[in-house]
Design a protein around this ligand. Structure first.
Ligand SMILES: NC(=O)c1ccc[n+]([C@@H]2O[C@H](COP(=O)([O-])OP(=O)(O)OC[C@H]3O[C@@H](n4cnc5c(N)ncnc54)[C@H](OP(=O)(O)O)[C@@H]3O)[C@@H](O)[C@H]2O)c1
Length: 273
């Protein structure tokens, strides 16, 4: 599978998102995803499924080094001491010696960014996380974080799909050499009903979901679609074997519209759009 490179991180261009997947279903889906060819798993302390993600990885029989594993530290665990403990707990649940990418899941206005970024960099130096990054930061926070960091921030994970304008924060991430990872790449299941995506999909013998994922991949953005259905695992991986024309890419770009952000909990920062 193609990879997106940033500061030595080699991130497989499609990942498997695991939010909401629990217990046996999570183990089965992670195992099935890896057997189908996924090489990138996205979990988080807050998803309550790190144990199952680790078990699915072991059940697949793949070598640890062949799979890129991301986890995240929840925003109430960002203080010095607590952040390190959170990482230790995540690794214990995953039963892994390290994660490939460790992200701050959301910023926390109550804790100095200098403190949490300092500890994040320390965790990278210990080797418990091969690479570090942030999620759900706005442009100003990204600028501050990259100034404070003594180790490279390799990735920004944010909501990206055809309806949401993320131009500013994506440009900021790129200025700092960071990979962009897209959550909600299917707009939480809204894309299949979209007429533009349906039209383009039909022209390629593909599904609207595959077109939405392909639109991201062709911008070197890494989608991490989630599904609880085995057949959709293969469908989403099938985004990799076709090419959208420049005109089709432009038509999808035009789907952006105000009010289309899906994820904005109370701890969200002031968004740039
Ligand atoms: N950093 C953050 O703050 C953050 C926030 C949100 C998500 N994430 C990560 O990003 C991942 C993906 O985001 P998400 O789960 O919110 O949304 P998503 O991947 O955009 O959408 C998931 C939904 O789409 C459906 N779906 C999947 N494949 C499909 C297909 N081929 N055709 C039609 N429908 C399809 C799924 O239903 P079925 O299960 O029925 O297939 C599910 O309801 C998460 O799992 C998580 O790992 C991170």
């Amino acid at each position: 599978m193609d990879v997106i490179e940033a500061y030595g991180a080699r991130i497989p261009i499609v990942g498997f998102g695991t939010m909401t997947l629990k217990e046996a279903l999570c183990v089965d889906m992670v195992d099935a995803a890896l057997r189908l060819g996924y090489r990138h798993l996205d979990t988080a302390q807050n998803y309550g499924n790190e144990r199952e993600v680790g078990e699915g990885l072991r059940r697949s029989g793949l070598r640890r080094e062949d799979v890129f594993v991301t986890t995240k530290v929840w925003f109430n665990r960002l203080a010095a001491g607590d952040l390190e403990r959170s990482v230790d707990e995540s690794l214990q649940r995953l039963e892994l010696p390290f994660v490939d990418l460790l992200l701050i899941h959301w910023p926390n206005a109550q804790i100095l960014l200098a403190e949490s970024i300092g500890v994040l960099c320390k965790v990278k130096r210990t080797g418990l996380a091969k690479h570090i990054g942030v999620a759900n930061f706005n442009v100003a926070m990204l600028e501050e974080a990259t100034k404070l960091a003594t180790e490279p921030l390799a990735a920004l994970q944010i909501e990206v799909h055809p309806y949401l304008d993320q131009t500013k924060v994506i440009a900021a991430a790129r200025r700092h050499g960071m990979a962009v990872v897209a959550y909600c790449p299917l707009a939480r299941g809204k894309v299949p009903a979209d007429e533009t995506l349906q039209r383009i999909a039909q022209a390629h013998g593909k599904s609207p979901a595959q077109v939405a994922l392909r639109w991201l991949e062709q911008q070197a953005i890494v989608p991490i679609p989630r599904t609880s259905k085995r057949e959709r695992l293969a469908e989403n991986l099938g985004s990799l074997d076709f090419t959208l024309s420049a005109a089709e890419m432009a038509d999808i770009d035009k789907l952006k519209r105000p009010g289309s952000r899906i994820v904005s909990p109370p701890q969200a920062p002031q968004w740039d759009t």
